[in-house]
Write a protein that binds this ligand. Structure first.
Ligand code: C2E
Ligand code: MG
Ligand code: MG
Length: 271
């Protein structure tokens, strides 16, 4: 920690964005990003560490040679701004689907979520997902999470792409609802199957958060969306999310992001 209270990591990160972007680009092209997996559980059947995850979310990890681990909260926007997030996400998709096929071959029934920016849906990313989902044999095992609210002018084109993916059986999810600019009205305009509720709502125990989550759960029942409570860190968060009617849950209490081996152990333990 530096005297100012800033860590070295933040300081270098803040002052050297072009350098950091260059290093990130090299790490992506060189296949040096890692993928970790966080389990997602059906809330009604989660009991303890022997519970079986319904799915996992693939999350990128970058270990910089000097700065050490850099958070995706920092590097995903860099890749997006420098226009290589799609390349990054295609690599994550390929690695995570290869991993999923291994789990399926070993007899585990499990789904996979990958993250994608709204801009990907106007590009060849969609064809890459379609091709890989078809090869998977069980396209419904793949969920694509849209990480931020699309700008209104993107919505018509995006709807076409999302419809193609859904017709192929791929599950479409909207990430971090309640933590960004996405509104319930916007969700209703999109052809989607799942809504992930941001941890700020999951962790808040007040009437406003309660109303917001119950409204999206109710809308979900009407439209056939699955709801996933993110950021479950405590038993209180878990019980609150169950009471509010969320279908699935994800968070540090249920399982942290881990290596493929960590997930494998979890699946074997669940029997
Ligand atoms: P996300 O897609 O909403 O992923 C969940 C994030 O919340 C992950 O952060 C995860 O580690 C964290 N998390 C999970 N449970 C808890 C909890 O109980 N408490 C708290 N405080 N946090 C929890 P991570 O891995 O740092 O990723 C941050 C964001 O970066 C992701 O949020 C996603 O928007 C983006 N991201 C990460 N990997 C990728 C990727 O490969 N592609 C794209 N496009 N975006 C990615
Ligand atoms: Mg996500
Ligand atoms: Mg999220």
């Amino acid at each position: 920690m530096l005297r100012s209270g800033l860590t070295w990591n933040t300081l270098v990160g803040m002052t050297n964005t072009p350098l950091l972007t260059r290093d990130l680009k090299a790490a992506v092209s060189g296949g040096r990003l890692e993928v970790v997996y966080q389990p997602i559980f059906r809330l009604h059947d989660w009991s303890d560490i022997t519970s079986r995850p319904a799915a996992v979310e693939a999350l990128s990890r970058w270990n910089h040679s000097v700065m050490g681990s850099v958070s995706p909260v920092r590097f995903i926007p860099l890749a997006e701004r420098a226009e290589f997030l799609e390349e990054l996400d295609r690599l994550v998709l390929a690695a995570a689907l290869a991993q999923l096929r291994e789990w399926h071959r070993a007899g585990h029934v499990i789904g996979l979520s990958v993250n994608a920016s709204p801009t990907h849906f106007a590009s060849e990313y969609v064809d890459a997902v379609l091709e890989r989902a078809e090869n998977l044999g069980t396209p419904g095992a793949l969920t694509v999470e849209i990480i931020e609210a699309p700008s209104p002018q993107l919505i018509p084109d995006m709807n076409g792409a999302l419809t193609r993916l859904r017709e192929a059986g791929v599950v479409i999810s909207v990430d971090d609802f309640g933590g960004g600019d996405t509104t319930l009205e916007m969700l209703e305009m999109l052809p989607i199957d799942e809504v992930k509720i941001d941890r700020t709502l999951t962790q808040r125990d007040d009437a406003e958060a309660d109303d917001a989550v119950r409204a999206v759960v109710e809308s979900g029942r009407a439209h056939g969306w699955r709801t996933v409570a993110e950021g479950i860190e405590t038993i209180a968060d878990l019980e609150r999310s169950r009471d509010r009617g969320c279908d699935r849950g994800q968070g540090f209490l249920l399982g942290r992001p881990t290596t493929p081996d960590g997930i494998e152990r979890m699946l074997r333990r669940a029997g």
